[in-house]
Design a protein around this ligand. Structure first.
Ligand code: 4H6
Length: 253
């Protein structure tokens, strides 16, 4: 999968590029991450990318022109990448990270993971000149209802969540298929060595080797947690046949 990120702080992306599962995906050539600094496309001596807002008031706005050049450069890099990989008619939208976007959730991550690539546009200051957005942006994504100083961390959240949904990246490891949110419930608790920690024991059922009982116990833990912490998710949940049977056993008490 192809990523091009447009940001005036390209060094920040070392976090996804160089570490952990995302870093490994890059080293293995499963993921390409390009960063493009709009400052490199300025023409004045000061490399200005921001200007005062028309209409007055505090705060600066990112100017359209350096960003346009950066986006066009990203599209050229994308074209070269997809040509080399023999991908025809690639799906590679320009996505803007902003508090006004559609809030990212696991279904949208799965959808994004089905793309051939994406160009991520990171705003700073008060945001970007609206005309640039109108002309070039295909979609707008938020990572939650709070404000950050820039779109870089949201872009990395998108990249990290999308990369871990790529089958080639997770390989035989099924944990991405099992964990929280995939079936619409919160995750169950996890335990490892030692058997006892400050007097707290590992739940007996997990040591039993009885896989059906363990699956049922984990599911009921998920249910308990989701009901207590996220009634909104619980309301939307539809159980499978087996899960419905397990849920009935709760009423039998
Ligand atoms: C675009 C427009 C995303 C980007 C405005 C970005 C939160 C999210 C930004 C801004 C972001 C999110 C600049 C507006 C600072 C507020 C960068 N904050 N902001 N929730 N900030 O996904 O002032």
């Amino acid at each position: 999968m192809f990523f091009a990120v447009i940001s005036i702080m390209p060094q920040m992306f070392a976090a996804v590029r160089e570490f952990g599962i995302t870093g490994r995906a890059v080293s293995r050539g499963q993921v390409a991450i390009h960063t493009i600094n709009p400052r490199d496309f300025t023409t004045d001596n000061y490399k200005r990318i921001d200007e005062r807002t028309f209409g007055g008031g505090p705060g600066m706005v990112m100017m359209a022109e350096p960003l346009e050049k950066a986006i066009l450069h990203a599209k050229t890099l994308a074209q070269v990448h997809f040509d080399e990989k023999n991908i025809s008619a690639p799906a590679c939208p320009v996505l803007y990270l902003s508090p006004q976007g559609k809030t990212l959730d696991e279904p949208s991550v799965v959808e994004l993971a089905g793309l051939d690539g994406m160009i991520l546009l990171c705003g700073r200051y008060e945001g970007i000149d609206e005309r640039l957005l109108e002309r070039y942006v295909d979609g707008e994504i938020s990572v939650g209802d709070y404000v950050l100083t820039g779109g870089e961390l949201p872009a990395m959240i998108v990249m990290d969540s999308v990369i871990r949904r790529l089958p080639s990246v997770m390989g035989d490891d099924h944990s991405a298929l099992q964990d929280s949110f995939v079936d619409g419930l919160l995750d169950c608790p996890h335990y490892t060595k030692p058997l006892e920690f400050h007097g707290q024991k590992v739940p007996e059922v997990l040591l039993s080797g009885h896989h059906a009982n363990i699956a049922k116990w984990r599911f009921l833990q998920q249910v308990k947690r989701t009901q207590a912490r996220r009634p909104d998710l619980w309301e939307k949940f539809t159980p499978t046949k087996e899960q419905a049977k397990w849920l009935k056993s709760l009423d039998d008490v």
